[in-house]
Ligand binder design. Structure first.
Ligand SMILES: *[C@@H]1O[C@H](CO)[C@@H](O)[C@H](O)[C@H]1NC(C)=O
Ligand SMILES: *[C@@H]1O[C@H](CO)[C@@H](O)[C@H](O)[C@H]1NC(C)=O
Ligand SMILES: *[C@@H]1O[C@H](CO)[C@@H](O)[C@H](O)[C@H]1NC(C)=O
Ligand SMILES: *[C@@H]1O[C@H](CO)[C@@H](O)[C@H](O)[C@H]1NC(C)=O
Length: 404
C-alpha cells in the first residue's frame, strides 16, 4: 500500500490563474473529466455552485454519437474544463470516448483526460471512500473462463490466459487491450493537488469498515479513507467475493510484471484508454496526459463471517462518500491543471515510465507483457507521416510472437 501523506499536498500546485482562455466557437478543454453514470456526473453539476469549485453549468455541447442517456458535454463558460458521462461498462465507455475524439467542435490536442468514477475496493489496500490514482488498468476478464463446477484437477481458479492451459501462466495470446499504463509522474502531480483533509468520510462507512478490523491483512480496509496509489481492474463483470478478488489481484500482478497492485474494480477504465490510444495514433490525444482516479464505494469481498450476497446487497455504506470524493478528486485536479497551466501543464509533465498499451503502438518499450510489435517506434497509420506498420503486420506479429 502506498498511502499519500499530507505533506505531499502542502507544497503542491497552489498557482493562481488570473486570465481564462477565450471560447471562440471551438471548445479547447484543458481538462476533460470522464465519468461513467448519472451520479458521478451529477455531483460535479450539483457542486458547481460550491465556493471555489469549477462551474460546469457554463456551457453545454451536444456530442454526436454520445450515449442517448448522456448526450451532452458540460463545460465551464470558458471551455477550460469539460465533463462527460459515458454510460456504464466497456461498450458505452469506448463508444462515448470515440464520439468525443470524432467531434470536430472539440480541440483535444492539449487536453488532460481525468477518469473519475467509483469502484469496488480491496480491503487489503483501501477502504470505503478512499481516493485511488492508478498507473495501470488491467482487463481481468479477458481470459478463458471455466465454471468452478467443471475445473480441471489442480486448478484453483477458472480464469486461464487465452492461448495457455494454466491459471498460473503469465501471457498467452494477446488482444492488446489487456493492460494500459499511464504517466506516473502526472499521477504524482495530480495526487499532490488533492488535500487529504478534504477526503469525505461518514459514520455509516466507519461502522461498516469496522467489520474488517479483526483481520490484520485488512487493516487498510478498517482505516479511515485516504489517498492511495494503486491500480484498477477493468471488467464488464461485477465480480464479488474473496476468491475472484484474489484471482484478479494475481492477474494484475502478473500482467504488470509485478509493478501494479490491484485495489479497485472498474467497468470502464481500459475501455476509455483503448479509445485514447487510437486518439493518440491520430495525433488527437496526448497519451501522457491521462489519469485514472477511482474512489471506493464498496468492498470487493465480505468481512469474516459475512456472506458474499450480504456484502453485495448491503455493502453500500461507502457509496455516498465515494460519489462525493469523485468530485473532491476531480475538481481538485481540474483546478490544479487550469491554475498551473502556464507554469506546468501547457508544456506537460513528461512520463518517466512507459505509457501506452501492451504492444507499444505509441512507441517505447512496454515494461510488462510479452514484447512490442513496433521495435520501440510508434506505429504510424496510413495517411500519417513516418514509419508504417499496418494491420497485416500487426496481426502477423500477434500470431507469430504472442500466440502459443
Ligand atoms: C498564460 O499565458 C498566456 C499566453 O502567454 C497569457 O495570455 C495568460 O495571461 C497567462 N495566464 C496567466 C494566468 O498567467
Ligand atoms: C447550490 O445548489 C444546490 C443544489 O442545486 C442548492 O441546494 C444550494 O442551495 C445551492 N447553493 C448555493 C450557495 O447557491
Ligand atoms: C441485507 O440486510 C438485511 C437487513 O439486515 C437482511 O435482512 C438481509 O438478509 C440482507 N441481505 C442478504 C442478501 O444477506
Ligand atoms: C519483468 O520483470 C523482470 C524482473 O524484474 C525483468 O527481468 C523483465 O525484464 C521485466 N519484463 C519486462 C517486459 O520489462
Amino acid at each position: 500500500m502506498r498511502l499519500i501523506s499530507r505533506s505531499a499536498f502542502a507544497a503542491a500546485y497552489l498557482c493562481v490563474a488570473t486570465v481564462a482562455a477565450t471560447y471562440n466557437g471551438r471548445i479547447k478543454p484543458k481538462v476533460m473529466i470522464m465519468t461513467f453514470f448519472d451520479a458521478e456526473g451529477e455531483i460535479y453539476l450539483t457542486k458547481s455552485n460550491a465556493t471555489g469549485a469549477l462551474d460546469f453549468r457554463g456551457m453545454r455541447h451536444r456530442v454526436p454519437y454520445a450515449s442517448p442517456e448522456f448526450p451532452d458535454l458540460h463545460c465551464t463558460a470558458d471551455g477550460d474544463a469539460c465533463l462527460m458521462t459515458t454510460g456504464e461498462a466497456e461498450i458505452q465507455a469506448t463508444a462515448t470516448t470515440m464520439a468525443l475524439l470524432a467531434d470536430p467542435q472539440l480541440d483535444l490536442g492539449e487536453t488532460y483526460w481525468v477518469l473519475t468514477g467509483v469502484g469496488g475496493g480491496a480491503p487489503d489496500q483501501v477502504t470505503l471512500g478512499a481516493i485511488t490514482l492508478a498507473r495501470f488498468t488491467v482487463q481481468v476478464g479477458m481470459l478463458y473462463e471455466m465454471d468452478a463446477r467443471e475445473l480441471p484437477p489442480g486448478f484453483d481458479t477458472g480464469y486461464v490466459p487465452q492461448g495457455t492451459v494454466s491459471p498460473e501462466a503469465a501471457w498467452g495470446s494477446v488482444y492488446n487491450s489487456e493492460v494500459f499504463e499511464v504517466n506516473a509522474a502526472l499521477r504524482d502531480a495530480f495526487t499532490a493537488m488533492i488535500d487529504p483533509a478534504r477526503v469525505a468520510d461518514s459514520a455509516a462507512a466507519a461502522a461498516y469498515r469496522a467489520h474488517y478490523a479483526g483481520v490484520p491483512r485488512f487493516a487498510p480496509g478498517a482505516a479511515a479513507p485516504a489517498v492511495h496509489h494503486c491500480d484498477s481492474a477493468t471488467s464488464d463483470t461485477w465480480h464479488t467475493g474473496a476468491l475472484l478478488a484474489e484471482t484478479h489481484a494475481k492477474r494484475v500482478d502478473l500482467w504488470t510484471n509485478g509493478t501494479g497492485t490491484y485495489c479497485t474494480t472498474a467497468q470502464e477504465d481500459g475501455a476509455v484508454l483503448g479509445a485514447l490510444v487510437r486518439g493518440a495514433l491520430e495525433d488527437r490525444v496526448d497519451f501522457a496526459r491521462v489519469a485514472i482516479v477511482r474512489t471506493v464505494s464498496d468492498f470487493d469481498r465480505p468481512y469474516p463471517g459475512q456472506s458474499v450476497m450480504d456484502n453485495l446487497v448491503n455493502g453500500t455504506a461507502g457509496y455516498p462518500i465515494a460519489i462525493e470524493n469523485v468530485w473532491v478528486a476531480g475538481d481538485s485536479i481540474a483546478r490544479g491543471i487550469i491554475n498551473c497551466w502556464n507554469e506546468t501543464f501547457r508544456t506537460g509533465i513528461p512520463a518517466q515510465n512507459y505509457v501506452g498499451d501492451v504492444w507499444g503502438v505509441l512507441g517505447g518499450t512496454p515494461d510488462f507483457g510479452p514484447g512490442r510489435v513496433s521495435g520501440g517506434k510508434p506505429v504510424v497509420l496510413p495517411g500519417a507521416k513516418g514509419q508504417q506498420l499496418g494491420r497485416k503486420t500487426k496481426r502477423g506479429m500477434r500470431r507469430s510472437r504472442f500466440q502459443k
